[in-house]
Design a protein around this ligand. Structure first.
Ligand code: THU
Length: 138
């Protein structure tokens, strides 16, 4: 994957919508699906997984990051997150931080009809791995 490659937004949105059908959301009934392209050319997906202890809920973006690591890692390049109605939603605050670790400021995020935003737009002046004095090998 390099910068001249086209981002397959339609495919990412389709896979994110499909992932909403594999969500576990018996409490909020808000089904969320996410799909992203990595710099290795892999497409990774995630769905939200709720918990009876509500605060332990895993957002779709967290599941997606697990899928990224399971696929051998790499950097997230482009991301689509949709709710059950198929429309894009903005990642929650916690997920913005989780995504920053694996995509950084340049990660591009689907906005539906609007121009995609970067994670820098959604999480300006982020705290990240470079702010730590030492960093162990992933
Ligand atoms: N949710 C996500 O999966 N991602 C977000 O960025 C926002 C919220 C989920 C968590 C919960 O299962 C449901 O949406 C309602 O908050």
């Amino acid at each position: 994957m390099n910068e001249r490659d086209e981002i397959p937004w339609a495919e990412l949105r389709r896979l994110a919508r499909e992932a909403t059908s594999r969500s576990y959301a018996p409490y909020s009934h808000v089904r969320v699906g996410a799909a992203a392209l990595s710099d290795a050319g892999a497409i990774v997906v995630g769905s939200n997984v709720e918990n009876a202890s509500y605060g332990l809920t895993l957002c779709a973006e967290c599941s997606l990051v697990s899928d990224l690591i399971r696929h051998g890692g790499g950097r997230l390049v482009a991301l689509s997150v949709v709710a059950g109605d198929g429309e894009p939603i903005a990642p929650c605050g916690r997920c913005r931080q989780v995504l920053f670790e694996h995509g950084g400021a340049a990660l591009v995020i689907d906005q539906g009809d609007g121009e995609p935003l970067t994670l820098a737009d959604l999480l300006p002046r982020a705290f990240g791995p470079d702010d730590l004095p030492t960093r162990s090998t992933p």
